[in-house]
Every structure is written in C-alpha cells, then in structure tokens.
Ligand binder design. Structure first.
Ligand code: JFZ
Length: 479
C-alpha cells in the first residue's frame, strides 16, 4: 500500500511537472489558471531577439483627431487630442463626420520613413485604428475607413512598404475599444449586450486577420483599449485570439496589454506572471532600477509634450527636449528595455517643426552613438551619478553614457576584483585613448576633456577579467 501511494504520488508529481512545463506556471503558484501566462521567461527566438536589439522605436498616432487638433469651434480641449470625441463640447456627430475632410494631400510615406531612419529608429508603430474606430486601411469589415474619405486610398500599405524599404520594422497599433461600432459594449448588462459582444468579437478577429493578410511583413500588434469589463472579463477570448494570430503569423510579437486571465488580471496573471511577449504597461514613465522589470522584456512609450498622442495644435506645459528624450532612451537601454517616442502628424500628412527638430537632433546623436544603443542592454550595475552603463550584449564592451558631467570633470569607475580596465576612449574618437588615473584597487578616474558638452558623451571601455561568465565587474563607486 505504501509503495503504491509513493508510486501514485510520483506519477502525480510527474504529471504536474509536465503540465507546468506546458503552461509556464511554477510550483509556487497558488492558483491554477487556464488563461494565465503560457511561458516562463522571455522569448528567445530570432524575431524577439531582433525586437530586443532595436531599442529605439517611433510611435505614430494619426487619425481623424488630427483635424480638430485639440480645438473645436474656438474652444480648447484640455485632454489628449485623440480623445476629443469624448468631450462634451464637441458633438459626437460632428466628430463622426470628420472623415469627410480626411485628405492628407502632403502624406509622403517615403519621406516619413527617411525621417524615421535618420532618427535612428529600428521599428515603428502606427495606429491602424484608434478608439474612434476610424480605419486607416480600407477594411472590408467597416464603412468607416479611409476608403470613404476624400483621400480614398490606403494609408497603411504604402507606409509598411516605405518603412520596410529602409529596414524599419512595422508594428500595428489596434484599439479594441471602438466608439464607432454599434456592437461595442464596455460592459455586458443584458442578453442583448452579450449578443452584440459576440458579434463584436467576430469583427475584431476578422479585422486583425485582414491586417495580417494584407500586410504580411508586419512584426506584431500593439493592442490598446483593453481595460473595459467586457474585454477584461473574457480572458478565454483574448487568449484564443492571441494564439490564433500567432498561428497565422508565426513569430508575431504581442505585448502584455492584450490579455486578461480568467480572473480579470491584466498584464500579469493572478500568479504574477507576465502574459504576452513583453511588458507593455510602461507608459509615459520608466522603471527606476533593474529590479523593477523582474527580468521581463519591456517597452516604454513616451510623448514629447505631456499627455498628447494625436496632433494637438497648442502644446501646453513642458515639452521634452531632445536631450531629455536621449537620456530616457539611454536609461531604457541600460535597463534592458525599448524606448518608443510618439509623434502626432498634422491632418495634411506633415510633421510639426518641434517634432522634426527632435527627430533630427536625436538622429544626430544616434549617428555617432547608436552603437551604444542598438544591441545594448543592462551592464550588471545600476545608474551612476554621471549617467548609465550599457553593455553590448554578450561582450566585454561597456559603454558609459555621461548625461551629467561633474564639476570636477572626473568620472569615477570602480571595477570588481580580478577586473582591470584595459582601454577607455570616446566612442566618437577611438584613436585618442582616455588615460585612466588609478585611484584604488580596480578603481579609476576618467578625466573628461574640458569642454561644454551639448549632448550626452559616450565612452567605450574595454576590460580584462580572469573569471568567465561574470557580468558584474563594475559596481557603483562609493563616494
Ligand atoms: C491609451 C490611449 O487611450 C491613448 O489615447 C494613447 O493611444 C495611449 C498610447 O494609450 O492611453 C493609455 C493607456 C494606458 C495607460 C495610460 C494611457 N496606462 O496604462 O497608464
């Protein structure tokens, strides 16, 4: 009997282990979930490796909201320009007729792609359909599309082609919330609501399938508008949808904002495991330290002004400078994340000068220093007073990105035991080495050239270490 019990227990344990392997849950999990995370740890396939290496992205919010640009009948809307339809001062019928004016005669996707390329962008995300429901592609499942506008033509196809031609990957933003669709329900209160919701789910699936078939080179979806009860309380559907999309388009990248588990938990399932391919909740804020990311791939999305994604004619409040955006990009890279800067083109298809200027200035910096960003990641230690360390993934090359030059002009670099600094040089001037001053055991000062630095300066370090596999040979210097 005892023997039998042990055998049964072993079999049960084996069974459990097997199912855990399939679902990505671990023995510590308190809840058994059918629609929780299906994988433990980050994806390691080539598509995900590529996404991870690109680091800098361009987000574009473009749609009918660019026409009012945050104003209606002389009044200014204080919210985010792309939300103007929800403002009581703007009759919804007025908004829903804006498509009759959508005619971006200066839309030049080749130029957009060139500008993005010049900024140093590795990938871009375009709003195929925002909350208003207006489709920038001629969807056969909707009448509320570019096809009904004076412009008539597809916006998305030429954009995908132009960006791909420049080597930039394209991701499609898609809002589940759809203010235009008669079957969209935020919550399901009656049997009629449930019926409408069932029809809506078919519609969503059709549109997504259509996008993948029409634009087969896209690399992923960027989902949004998934916070309403109707969506959150249907974890089975978002799970099925994710699997369906990745089946028809292997390698497709989908962030954590799409799904909910069967208990309504979003991004992270009820056991705390990330759902989807990367953490997609870093919006207009960034993690502070490596511990904040829990080892997950992540992406931060950032607006240049405060909370404005679509075109707003009057930017109010603080507008981020190129240097601030560069520092955020550096910080994200140093914490193993991607950084995506948002742009809101005007309704005629051109970018405002403030945005063009930032694209150019960031591009200028990326031209010299992009080697520290692309393929860069966490170096094994935290932020320093002078800035950030970034490691070229899988190598002994470590970049110091100096965002704050000390008044002394001296940067402290402390290595761990068994590690020596073999070389330090400005990234933009590799033949002129910086001679380190030894100030302690494996501890150095690098004396910067006295000059007025206008943008973050990058120093490339080469190190020599006797042990292998140890990543952490620099540590925060004690000051
Ligand atoms: C959403 C949209 O409502 C907005 O218009 C824009 O498209 C943005 C990228 O996404 O807004 C959000 C969504 C999530 C958070 C904040 C704003 N969030 O998680 O903090």
């Amino acid at each position: 009997m005892k023997k039998f019990c042990t055998a049964a227990a072993t079999a049960l344990l084996l069974l459990q282990l097997q199912s855990q392997g399939q679902t990505g849950i671990s023995a510590k999990d308190s809840i058994i979930l059918e629609h929780g995370a299906h994988r433990a740890g980050n994806r390691t396939d080539a598509d995900m490796e590529r996404w991870r290496s690109l680091r800098l992205g361009q987000f574009i919010h473009w749609g009918l909201y660019a026409i009012p640009g945050g104003e209606w009948k002389g009044k200014t809307y204080n919210g985010a320009a792309e939300w103007i339809r929800s403002w009581k001062e703007m009759p919804q019928a007025d908004y829903d007729n804006l498509y009759k004016q959508f005619n971006p005669v200066n839309y030049n996707p080749e130029q957009w792609a060139q500008q993005a390329k010049d900024m140093g962008t590795g990938y871009m995300i375009i709003t195929t359909k925002h909350h208003d429901g207006f489709c920038l592609w001629p969807s056969k499942y909707s009448r509320y599309t570019v096809a009904a506008s004076p412009w008539k033509k597809d916006i998305i196809g030429p954009m995908v082609t132009a960006y791909n031609k420049k080597g930039i990957d394209v991701y499609l933003y898609f809002s589940i919330i759809d203010w235009n669709h008669p079957d969209y329900r935020a919550s399901l209160k009656t049997p009629a609501d449930s019926l409408a919701n069932s029809r809506f789910k078919v519609f969503v699936k059709n549109q997504l399938q259509e996008l993948l078939l029409k634009y087969p080179t896209v690399k992923g979806f960027w989902f949004d508008g998934t916070w309403d009860d109707s969506w959150k309380n249907d974890g089975a559907f978002s799970d099925e949808l994710e699997q369906y999309l990745q089946k028809i388009h292997p390698g497709l990248i989908i962030g954590s904002r799409l799904r909910a588990d069967e208990k309504g938990a979003r991004h992270f399932d009820s056991n705390g495991h990330l759902m989807g391919d990367y953490e997609q909740g870093w919006e207009r804020k960034l993690p502070e330290k490596f511990a904040d990311i829990h080892g997950n791939d992540w992406e931060g999305v950032m607006t240049i002004p405060e909370n404005q994604w679509g075109y707003n004619a009057k930017w109010a409040g603080h507008i981020k400078t190129s240097n601030e955006l560069i520092e955020m990009l550096v910080k994200s890279t140093s914490l193993d994340g991607n950084f995506v800067i948002n742009f809101g083109p005007k309704s005629d298809g051109t970018f405002r000068t403030e945005e063009l200027q930032r694209m150019q200035e960031i591009g200028q910096w990326m031209k010299t220093n992009g080697a520290a960003i692309r393929g860069g990641g966490y170096a094994g230690f935290e932020k320093q007073d002078w800035g950030y360390y970034i490691r070229k993934t899988g190598t002994d090359s470590v970049f110091m990105v100096v965002c704050n030059v000390p008044v002394s002009g001296s940067l402290r670099v402390k290595l761990t035991a068994q590690t020596t600094l073999t070389k330090a040089a400005y990234l933009d001037n590799p033949t002129q080495p910086l001679l380190p001053e030894v100030i302690g055991k494996n501890e150095y000062f690098l004396h910067l050239d006295a000059k007025n630095y206008q943008t973050p300066v990058v120093i490339l370090l080469q190190t020599n270490r006797s042990s292998s596999g140890d990543n952490s040979h620099f540590e925060k210097a004690k000051t």
